[in-house]
Design a binder for this molecule. Structure first.
Ligand code: NAD
Length: 256
């Protein structure tokens, strides 16, 4: 679909990668609704994007009824819905056997709940609406884009929960694409390497260093605009479906 006709929900859309996606879509003439749980950043994002083109709806992606209701509200604001881009996520770092004690199960559960279950929750609620769209070229009705991580493939020590959550996203991409094919809904996932966002900014310096030290080329952190550029491409290329694409400067994360 052409970016100017994109009417999208962007989760995690008030910060980092999600905000860059929202900026890209609006810059090309589309409209966005930002699902997030950070009201201050939500207000700032809408001010920057313009209230005609963007709305913030406080939405916890793990809340089934809340997401379903806000997908409807988003459709009303946008005048339709043809894309959902899942960028909400948390790091959930922690060793299986921490210094004091084994990881509390709650840490693992919460990480999987936000990153994996939350992505599924938004995808299914969006697909439930998108399936009723009028079919476009090739019968296309909409696109779902998820955000995994290269940690889905080579998680570092301390990323057991995060990697499990992101591996789950990679795993559900093909079966969702296969199932939703009959509605003309494509499902793709992007697995970013290390990008310069508030999430990475908040990590301890030695972790940042270790993450960026081994990026072959370009030897720097990724820029959120580069992520947004790939999202725009995924939205636009109708033959791209059921795939997870690494965007990582050829980085392969070391064990630690
Ligand atoms: N930055 C990186 O290097 C990197 C690398 C690989 C994958 N990712 C993934 O990309 C996505 C975006 O990350 P980012 O770096 O932009 O981080 P970020 O912290 O800047 O943005 C994440 C956003 O998600 C929101 N969020 C958290 N929990 C939520 C919930 N329950 N409901 C709704 N919103 C919630 C946060 O409020 C925040 O605005 C995440 O899924 C992250 O795991 C990031």
């Amino acid at each position: 679909m052409k970016t100017e006709s994109v009417l999208a929900i962007v989760t995690g859309g008030v910060s980092g990668l999600g905000l860059a996606v929202a900026q890209r879509i609006v810059a090309e003439g589309g409209k966005v609704v930002l699902f997030d749980v950070n009201d201050d950043k939500g207000t700032a994002a809408v001010a920057a994007l313009g209230a005609d083109n963007a709305r913030y709806l406080r939405t916890d992606v793990t809340d089934e009824a809340g997401v379903a209701a806000n997908v409807e509200a988003a459709k009303a604001f946008l005048g339709g819905l043809n894309a959902a881009i899942n960028c909400a996520g948390i790091i959930g770092a922690g060793r299986v056997l921490g210094r004091e004690a084994p990881m509390p199960l709650q840490n693992f559960t919460t990480t999987v709940l936000v990153n994996l279950v939350g992505s599924f929750n938004v995808a299914k609620a969006a697909a439930a609406v998108i399936q009723h769209n009028e079919a476009g070229e090739d019968g296309e009705r909409g696109v779902i884009v998820n955000t995994a991580s290269v940690a889905a493939y080579e998680g570092q020590i301390g990323q057991a929960a995060y990697s499990a959550s992101k591996g789950g996203i990679v795993g559900m991409t093909l079966p969702m694409a296969r199932e939703l094919a009959r509605f003309g809904i494509r499902v793709n996932t992007i697995a970013p390497g290390v990008f310069w966002t508030p999430m990475v900014d908040g990590m301890p310096e030695e972790v940042q260093k270790s993450l960026s030290a081994s990026i072959p080329f370009p030897a720097r952190l990724g820029r959120p605009e580069e992520f947004a550029d790939l999202v725009a491409y995924v939205l636009g290329n109708r033959y791209l479906n059921g795939e997870t694409i690494r965007l990582d400067g050829a980085v392969r994360l070391a064990p630690k």
